[in-house]
Design a protein. Structure first.
Length: 304
């Protein structure tokens, strides 16, 4: 029989085996948390200060003054409206196009793999590269887009990105081209995971394609649709790279979204206190948006 010392030694070895993986991961985990947590905490602290990069030694406590000033600033309200327009426009179009492509690709046909790969190619490009490509395509002198637009009544060499009425639709078009593959991929995976019994039962009952889509497919896909809309909505709400490269918030302030305004406030006007406050306002709005959709998703799961 094993002695008490042997039992204790075996127990210690067992605990060591269980804790060894955590000890190996701990340094990387601590470093990652520190890298992520320190800027978050420090920027929150700065948001309560009168802190300018032009006078880094002349700092004073401002309380919630930065938050009040940014929330009531007309340029912030305009940027918030631009952000809402950009987010709603891109996410709605990406969902409709992604659903359409997913329905088309959810069937067997020759060259299916090649077509699916081509549809997903924009997803592999970084936003800055996509913006540079479309900057060339929108060029009034050598771009393809103004040339094609001239066939439907636009003036030759029309400057889409410099026109106050067309700059925002142009940005929405670029983001839709880049991010629709994400929505397509999520919805296609959902369609392929649907129970075929429900669809076959609807077909036996005489339902046509539109009725099956509206009454069977979409209700079954709703939880996945909410997840996809939440992810894309949060990404679009804080979009920066695309807008910075293509328009930098112009012409005027027609495409200046809140992330662009925060950048300009902090690195053009050197007001890091108000820029940090604006960043946390953005964080709060994104959290409200995500919590709303998560609550909707949870309610649907409970009701089902």
């Amino acid at each position: 029989m094993a002695t008490s010392a042997q039992v204790m030694a075996a127990s210690a070895r067992r605990r060591r085996r269980l804790s060894d993986p955590y000890l190996l991961v701990a340094p990387a985990l601590v470093l990652t948390v520190a890298i992520m947590l320190f800027p978050l905490v420090y920027s929150f602290y700065v948001s309560f200060l009168n802190y300018s990069l032009a006078r880094p030694n002349d700092t004073s406590f401002a309380g919630i003054q930065n938050y009040v000033a940014m929330a009531t600033q007309p340029s912030f309200l305009g940027a918030l409206w631009n952000t809402v327009v950009f987010t709603v426009g891109t996410v709605a179009l990406e969902f409709l196009l992604g659903l359409g492509f997913a329905l088309l690709m959810n069937r067997e046909f020759p060259g299916q793999g090649i077509v699916r790969t081509c549809l997903m190619l924009p997803l592999f490009l970084t936003p800055a590269i996509v913006a540079l490509e479309w900057l060339f395509l929108f060029s009034p002198r050598v771009g393809v887009v103004p040339w094609l637009a001239s066939f439907v009544g636009f003036p030759p060499q029309f400057p889409f990105l410099a026109d106050p009425s067309w700059a925002m639709p142009a940005l929405i078009l670029v983001d839709v081209w880049r991010s629709t593959p994400f929505m397509f991929l999520i919805l296609l995976a959902g369609l392929q995971g649907l129970p075929q019994e429900a669809i076959e039962a609807a077909q036996i009952d005489g339902a046509n394609g539109w009725q099956i889509l509206r009454n069977v497919t979409l209700p079954l896909l709703t939880p996945l649709i909410l997840v996809a809309l939440t992810i894309r909505g949060m990404d679009a709400f804080r979009e920066f790279d695309l807008i910075f490269v293509l328009t930098q918030g112009g012409p005027g302030e027609r495409t200046q979204v809140v992330s662009m305004l925060a950048y300009n406030t902090g690195f053009k006007f050197y007001d890091m206190g108000r820029a940090s406050a604006m960043a946390y306002i953005i964080l709060f709005l994104v959290l409200v948006f995500s919590v709303y959709f998560v609550k909707k998703l949870r309610d649907m799961q409970v009701s089902s």
